[in-house]
Design a protein around this ligand. Structure first.
Ligand SMILES: Cc1cc2nc3c(=O)[nH]c(=O)nc-3n(C[C@H](O)[C@H](O)[C@H](O)COP(=O)(O)O)c2cc1C
Ligand code: SF4
Length: 523
């Protein structure tokens, strides 16, 4: 979406408003329209640029005005406030109650390490020239001058681990695909983003779609895959529009297609809409769904890297994993690896959600603590009450109590406390939360979303809801029901075919362990 030239007057102010779905839900389109109307009727010239979101969701609709080469922010700005702001001199960066200061200098932004999200909220997402002007396609150009094995080695050396949840080393997965001798290989992007409290994939695809496209192209040329698919969550219409527009331009300009940048290598890319169930995000059922079948989990082995889409070797990676590649190839493995702690290298786009004052996206190097995220960035709970617990890593993630908020965000540190980092979503709850009901919710979620292939998950989750209902109701059988629940959790954890049934016990058991009082009180 090119910037709309509203007036050709000499002093044209450049104004930025997000087109991200969260900003639009909060009124960004109306604010943008009001800006165009008011500037037109007042004779002020503006060039309106629609961008991705900076990730400060509580400030949306955020209006940024370019003044002296810097962007001054005002927010949240409703459509009704636009006229008064223009009269107060917003286009010149004048003082006002809604003036936030230079956006890049706001502590929420300045304290981040934005590597993967460097361009999100900065450039017009589907303007290829802006992408290129902001270091876009440098990574692919470098990759095209390397052998596939060298690219795979660079990815391995960077220490990148899958951001979809399992944290499997990306380079090792790619090496398996590289080593297969076959007529056809595929690259599949897992953009189903089903975890509760997560939205980094969506923000990246809406705010910087070329970054994902470039990452997938790098993957394709590295392992010899000529076709890529983005399996996109069906509830992401804004991302679909951005991706399709960016793919069309990339094809037109020779960044995709039969002869990528004159290299003689082919990489085609298409978007496929997801089937609308949580299990569609599990990689093997995603492949089933992509083949036009019901999304049901496959037995492993064989791994998708050996026998994946249509039985061919397939790289399947999360959006953020793939979007980290352009920067890794551009700046080198060492640059990326220098961020982070232990075996968790690089950065993670963390999503703050739930009962939190400043919800949004924070990209930080691994090692930042939950407490820093919740208080320094999140500003504490939205309700003003103490934060009692957070669930990290989606609906299958453990509940972490306040006493463990100093745990650094690190895959191994989280494993040590029985938790998971997953896709980096953090959902906060204040002290009014009833943890027995949250445990029940976990079982109910599993019962609703189970693909039905294996018994511990299909039947176990339904029995789990019933047992928890009896525990919540109280009575003399409570102790026996608690023992039964523990037993059931063991069966689900060790007997399920995939992570849905296998990890549902995590929220249940962590709630039982850290908040036993909620399971023993009468309501
Ligand atoms: C029930 C279930 C749901 C999942 N949903 C997603 C999802 O929405 N997005 C995602 O990237 N990975 C999801 N995963 C993880 C994928 O199976 C897989 O590990 C991932 O796509 C691999 O990419 P990565 O190595 O880049 O993380 C899910 C796993 C399970 C068990
Ligand atoms: S654990 Fe649940 S979702 Fe996974 S294969 Fe078994 S029934 Fe399907």
């Amino acid at each position: 979406m090119a910037g709309a030239q509203v007036s050709a007057l000499a002093a044209v102010a450049r104004v930025y408003v997000s087109r991200d779905a969260a900003a639009v839900a909060l009124g960004a389109d109306e604010t943008a329209a009001a800006l165009v109307d008011a500037s037109r009727s007042s004779g002020a010239g503006i060039e309106l640029v629609r961008i991705g979101s900076r990730g400060m969701v509580w400030l949306e609709p955020l209006v940024e005005v370019e003044v002296g080469g810097k962007r001054v922010g005002y927010g949240p700005v409703t459509a009704g406030q636009v006229k008064a702001l223009l009269e107060a001199g917003m286009l010149q960066g004048a003082d006002h109650a809604l003036r936030l200061g230079v956006v890049d200098e706001l502590p929420y932004i300045a304290r981040q390490e934005r590597l993967t999200f460097a361009r999100v909220g900065v450039i017009d997402p589907v303007d290829l020239d802006q992408y290129i002007a902001h270091d876009g396609y440098k990574g692919l150009k470098r990759a095209l001058g390397m052998t596939g094995a060298q690219v795979v080695q660079e990815v391995t050396d960077s220490g990148l681990r899958g951001r979809g949840g399992a944290a499997f080393p990306t380079g090792i997965k790619w090496k398996t695909v590289l080593d297969q001798q076959t007529d056809q290989k595929f690259v599949v992007c897992n953009a189903d983003e089903g975890d509760s409290g997560t939205f980094s994939d969506r923000m990246l695809m809406e705010g910087d779609p070329y970054c994902l496209i470039e990452g997938m192209t790098i993957a394709g040329v590295a392992v010899g895959a000529t076709q890529g698919y983005i399996y996109l969550r069906v509830e992401y219409p804004h991302a679909e529009i951005a991706l399709r527009a960016a793919i069309a331009t990339a094809k037109q300009r020779g960044y995709l297609g039969r002869d990528v940048l004159g290299s003689g290598k082919t990489f085609e890319l298409d978007v496929r809409m997801g089937a609308g169930a949580y299990i569609c995000g599990e990689e093997t059922s995603l492949l089933e769904s992509l083949e036009g079948k019901r999304a049901e989990v496959r037995f492993r082995p064989p791994l998708p890297a050996i026998k994946g889409l249509f039985g061919k070797p397939t790289i399947i990676n999360n959006v953020i994993s793939l979007a980290s590649l352009p920067m890794i190839l551009e700046r080198g493995a060492t640059f990326y690896k220098d961020y982070g702690m232990g075996r968790s290298r690089g950065t993670l786009p963390i999503q703050l959600a739930g009962n939190i004052r400043h919800g949004g996206l924070v990209e930080k190097a691994f090692g930042v603590t939950l407490r820093e995220l919740l208080y320094d960035f999140g500003g504490g709970s939205a309700s003003g009450r103490p934060i009692r617990t957070v669930q990290v890593g989606g609906p299958l993630g453990a509940y972490i109590p306040e006493s463990q908020f100093d745990t650094p965000l690190d895959y191994e540190a989280f494993t040590a406390i029985g938790a998971l980092v997953g896709h980096g979503g953090i959902v906060a709850f204040d002290d009014t939360v009833d943890m027995a009901r949250m445990a029940r919710y976990a079982m109910e979620f599993c019962a609703v979303e189970s693909c039905g292939k294996c018994t511990p998950c299909r039947i176990g989750s339904t029995r789990g809801v019933e047992v928890l209902d009896r525990i919540i109701a109280g009575g003399p059988e409570r102790k026996a029901n608690l023992a039964l629940l523990e037993d059931l959790c063991d069966t689900m954890q060790y007997g399920s075919l995939c992570g849905l049934g296998g990890m549902t016990p995590f929220p249940v058991q962590s709630a039982l362990k850290h908040f036993p009082e909620d399971f023993s009180r009468d309501r």
